[in-house]
Write a protein that binds this ligand. Structure first.
Ligand code: NAD
Length: 259
């Protein structure tokens, strides 16, 4: 047994920087908390600067290491400049969690290209851009790295109505995960997918659109997921424990697919 493979070290992120997009709210807060408690310096990236700074301070007050940075994932220049800023301030990141996303609904036959484009731009093009920019930095750094994409259990079947754009944007992350896992494996950068089930976040509660209706409304047998449940699954992929795990997906959905 090497020092690195001891259980205490398998889940330790001390000395590593992890970037979490959308960590000013909801699931991202749970991911950021868990990563910070594992020892990482967590960079909270969000378009809501005040909320991002507030969450970074909360992590620091809890004894962790954190920073906040404004990036609008819908704006390529903002992503490029922001990723450059992350490397300048904190060095090459070890981990990137593509968590930020929008989840508003429009019924298919009443839907608009504007909403389709907005959803795909943030939920699919955003992770592509951050993967490209921080992937380049990880390759240049030469120490490997970890990328975790946050999709949705909607990919396993059972939707609510109004999610044509949303489900399509999350399906794109399956392709992005596979393609980037292939191209980055030679640099010891792993890319994996976490599929959350329902979590009562501000984004889910305040999502706009028609009333929530459809097969995915059924309750999960193990109860509603908490943001830290998703954080724990993400943590696994970020840690030394998952050194040889890439191109995989893990659903955290409280037994929902069994019902
Ligand atoms: N809540 C659920 O039930 C659920 C289920 C499955 C998957 N998800 C996914 O989990 C992720 C987090 O969702 P959540 O429920 O915590 O939502 P949330 O709205 O509470 O948090 C999302 C965060 O992303 C940020 N964000 C949105 N657009 C951005 C942009 N253009 N640039 C930068 N930041 C931006 C928001 O400001 C917010 O802080 C999303 O990808 C969502 O699709 C959520």
């Amino acid at each position: 047994m090497t020092e690195e493979s001891k259980v205490a070290n398998l889940f330790d992120l001390t000395g590593k920087t992890v970037v979490v997009t959308g960590a000013a709210s909801g699931i991202g807060v749970g991911i950021a908390e868990v990563a910070a408690e594992a020892g990482a310096l967590v960079v909270i990236v969000d378009r809501e600067q005040g909320a991002a700074e507030h969450q970074a301070q909360a992590l620091i007050d809890a004894g962790g290491k954190a920073a906040a940075l404004h990036i609008d994932l819908a704006d390529e220049a903002s992503v490029v400049d922001g990723c450059r800023e992350i490397v300048a301030r904190h060095g090459t990141p070890w981990g990137l969690v593509n968590n930020a996303g929008v989840q508003d609904r429009e019924l298919l036959l009443e839907s608009t290209t504007a909403e389709w484009d907005r959803t795909l731009t943030i939920n699919a093009r955003g992770p592509y851009l951050t993967t490209r920019e921080l992937g380049r930095a990880m390759v240049a750094g030469g120490n490997g790295g970890r990328i975790v994409n946050i999709a949705s259990v909607a990919l396993l079947g059972g939707l609510i109505k109004g999610h044509a754009a949303y489900a399509s944007s999350k399906t794109a992350l399956i392709g992005l995960t596979r393609a980037s896992a292939l191209e980055l494996i030679e640099h010891r950068i792993t890319v994996n997918l976490v599929l959350p089930g329902g979590v009562a976040t501000p984004g889910a509660i305040h999502a706009t659109g028609p009333l929530v209706d459809g097969p995915a409304r059924r309750p999960p047998p193990l109860g509603l997921n908490e943001p830290r449940d998703i954080g724990a699954a993400v943590l696994f992929f970020l840690t030394p424990a998952a050194a040889r795990v890439t191109n995989q997906s893990l659903a955290v959905e409280a037994g929902w697919a069994l019902t």
